[in-house]
Design a protein around this ligand. Structure first.
Ligand code: AMP
Ligand code: GLY
Length: 426
């Protein structure tokens, strides 16, 4: 398992419960991962180092968690060493690494998405903003860990974000605004065949009520009771399969997870973005419910054998994941603070803690080491129950300056999410 975060901890936890998986190693991991499997101090984005480690360990399968190693060609290097990899090649990972590339493939595959224009200077950006009107959506074209997007009614702010991207030599994509609830759907792909996981919803903004700047994600829940019954099939038919087919047709088959970030708008389902990896923290909620052993499924994807696997089995329970972030996240998170109460939280019924940015200090205490520090997952009979468990877990944990949203899945639990009638109609 390659990567340092909460998503990787969730994947490792699932792999350990797969009876056919004999041994799991992680690089570099975090304090929570190191407590359950051997970890290796390797730069996850160094293709040669990762493939050397995989060869040394005699790995049967390498799973690449985050986007940066994929964009750096880690999957290519491991594949070239003859080891099956769950994770797309550098070229296929452009679906995430370049928003402009993603738009091109979506156009080829006739995937419904927001209208967009690429701008390379202030004049082009201003013209595009005025063409679409408010609310303005301005995206840094490169990888920005979910933080390169500004959505605002303030034209000055939109233009300032574009300028800051141009200053460092980047380009921006300016889009029409998509209304309606957002859904994250992870679709496993082996280059040809696709297998969907259960849909989830993520909470991108730092503060309650979707206020404040975008983050990598402050919480998630799954499944989505309010989603139209045909949503997953519609996304497979109109988004995932056409995209996977287009990538194969281009000669850059996509092997791994195509993360479809969707908006269920009043004019139908639209793709907001693709990612080339599992979402974080949606994975923490989604995998908590997966009953089918994960290792076999990821191996089938890596080997081009997804057509041979049976339908995935899911727990009937609902999962809610609440992220604890450090002070000042998402700008300049403060790190190195002691985290207390982890054991108490883990002991609660239906609660488990997944580490993200954690490490150990010189005395072996678990300390914060990143912006998003951990996620507490609550499993319950319904959203209300799962929320209660997740929050009772996070209340056991103390971290100086720590911040978390108190409204993860609250709107859905109150039955207040509405999908417009026209959304998701065939
Ligand atoms: P992205 O990095 O493209 O996922 O964007 C991050 C977040 O910005 C998304 O999850 C949405 O909440 C918001 N966003 C991105 N594009 C749009 C859009 N065209 N319309 C409305 N909101 C958007
Ligand atoms: N949760 C959003 C992401 O993983 O990009």
């Amino acid at each position: 398992m390659i990567g340092p975060g909460g998503r990787e901890h969730a994947i490792v936890r699932s792999l350990l419960s797969d009876p056919n998986v004999s041994e799991v190693h992680a690089a570099p991991g975090n304090a929570g991962i190191a407590a359950i499997v051997p970890t290796h101090d390797v730069n996850a984005s160094d293709p040669a180092a990762v493939s050397a480690l995989a060869l040394k360990l005699g790995s049967d399968l390498v799973i690449v968690g985050p986007e940066a190693p994929l964009a750096a060609g880690v999957a290519d290097a491991v594949r070239a060493a003859g080891i099956p990899v769950f994770g797309p090649s550098k070229e296929a990972a452009q679906l995430e690494a370049s928003k402009a590339f993603a738009k091109t493939v979506m156009a080829e595959a006739q995937v419904p998405t927001a209208m967009a224009r690429v701008a390379v200077n202030v004049q082009e950006a201003a013209d595009a903003l005025d063409a679409f009107g408010a609310p303005y959506v301005v995206k840094d074209d490169g990888l920005a860990a979910g933080k390169g997007v500004v959505v605002t009614n303030d034209r000055e702010e939109a233009l300032a974000h574009a300028e800051s991207c141009f200053k460092v030599g980047g380009t921006v994509v300016i889009e029409e605004f998509l209304d309606g609830p957002e859904v994250s759907l992870f679709v496993l792909a082996d280059g040809r065949t696709v297998v969907p996981l259960a849909p989830a919803q993520d909470f991108k903004r730092i503060f309650d009520g979707d206020e404040g700047p975008n983050t990598g994600g402050m919480g998630a829940y799954s499944p989505l009771e309010w989603a139209p019954a045909n949503l997953v099939q519609e996304v497979i038919d109109r988004v995932a399969q056409p995209t996977i087919d287009a990538m194969a047709h281009r000669g850059t088959p996509f092997i791994g997870v195509l993360y479809c970030g969707l908006a269920l708008t009043s004019r139908g389902t639209r793709v907001i973005e693709f990612n080339a990896r599992f979402g974080d923290p949606e994975t923490q909620a989604v995998l908590a419910r997966l009953k089918t052993p994960l290792g076999g499924v990821l191996m089938a994807a890596a080997k081009g054998q997804l057509d041979e696997i049976e339908d995935l089995r899911w727990s009937p329970e609902t999962a809610v994941a609440v992220v604890l972030a450090s002070e000042n996240y998402p700008s300049t998170p403060r790190t190195g603070d002691k985290i207390r109460g982890l054991k108490k939280a883990n002991r609660l019924d239906g609660v488990h803690v997944l580490h993200a940015g954690t490490g150990a200090d010189a005395d072996g205490n678990t300390v914060s080491a990143g912006g998003r520090v951990l996620a507490v997952v609550g499993m319950g009979v319904d959203l209300e129950d799962a929320r209660e468990r997740a929050y009772s877990g996070i209340e056991q944990i103390s971290l100086e300056g720590g911040q978390y949203r108190t409204d993860i899945a609250a709107k859905a639990a109150r039955g207040e999410i509405n999908v417009a009638d026209t959304a998701s109609q065939p």
